[in-house]
Ligand binder design. Structure first.
Ligand code: 6CS
Ligand code: FE
Length: 286
């Protein structure tokens, strides 16, 4: 298949204009209003408050804690640790291993929005819980998720989105997600070539698939940076290609959230554009 977004081909940084729509559906398809769709289209993300009640959030948080305790010493690759310690950072594939999160992935408050934005039926490409523990949680450097999913998983087009459900209050100071509004319109081809089995390291600390500092400075200059702050129960929908990252958490307040990536059924994965073996199903369901 033709590679519309070549990256990590050894040719260095290149800016490629987005060749795919951002919003595929219409306001009539609901649940988002025309105004909400416009905001998502312009910024590449949309934050909705009070989507889940305090009781629901409490139940999700309990499930997250339970999973983190249960799997603290689990050697499975689905359990990813902090770059410099054994503290658990992420657990992948929770929509398959937890009944609570399986149901959440199916909740119309998330799935119907994904359907509307992507203009088709959707399926879960990836899920995970992140627990950015107070004092211990480290940063995620700037990246576009699509860059990785395209190169390492063979996702052909930009027709996927992430949903992040906040299970704790996200303050400006406990490492909330930082996004560059509007950056989803440009694809930044990254330098270098992907090492074999890159994902074994990249989920702890990503070194390939990150733009060079000059591009990041230019992007920040052009688009600015916004922090996704809001109380527990808020939901952030964000485009697969928006530039984002987050700082470490030196406060006592954890920042935990659940992520689901919905992909359009019309955007099924093909062979990875790196030419390498596809990543395992816990990172990219086929
Ligand atoms: O490699 C991945 O698929 C992922 N990595 C990051 C840093 N964000 C999104 C996704 O979970
Ligand atoms: Fe990401």
């Amino acid at each position: 298949m033709e590679d519309r977004y070549p990256s990590r081909t050894g040719e260095g940084t290149r800016w490629i204009e987005r060749k795919d729509p951002v919003v595929y559906g219409r306001p009539e398809d609901g649940p988002l209003s025309a105004e909400e769709l416009r905001e998502y289209e312009a910024k590449g993300f949309l934050l909705l408050r009070d989507v889940f009640s305090p009781e629901e959030v409490r139940a999700f948080r309990e499930e997250l804690r339970r999973l983190f305790e249960e799997r603290a010493h689990d050697p499975s690759p689905e359990v990813v640790r902090e770059p410099e310690s054994d503290v658990v950072r992420s657990i992948f594939r929770v929509h398959r291993t937890s009944e609570v999160f399986r149901r959440l992935a199916d909740d119309p408050r998330l799935r119907d929005v994904a359907r509307q934005i992507l203009g088709s039926d959707v399926y879960i490409h990836q899920s995970r819980i992140n627990y950015k523990k107070g004092f211990h949680g480290q940063e995620f450097f700037w990246h576009s998720d699509f860059e990785t999913w395209h190169v390492e998983d063979g996702m052909p087009r930009m027709r996927a989105l992430s949903v992040s459900v906040a299970l704790e209050d996200n303050f400006p100071f406990n490492g909330p997600l930082l996004l560059m509004p509007g950056s989803h319109r440009v694809f930044v081809a990254c330098p270098g070539r992907t090492p074999e089995r890159h994902y074994e390291r990249s989920l702890r600390r990503q070194e390939y698939g990150v733009p060079d500092e000059e591009s990041l400075a230019r992007l920040a200059e052009r688009y600015g940076i916004e922090a996704a702050v809001g109380p527990a129960g808020s939901v952030l929908f964000f485009d697969s290609n928006v530039m984002h990252g987050s700082n470490g958490n030196i406060t006592p307040y954890p920042r935990s959230n659940v992520f689901f990536v919905y992909n359009s059924v019309e955007n099924r994965l093909v062979a990875p554009f790196s030419g390498q073996e596809p990543r395992p199903a816990y990172l990219a369901e086929r």
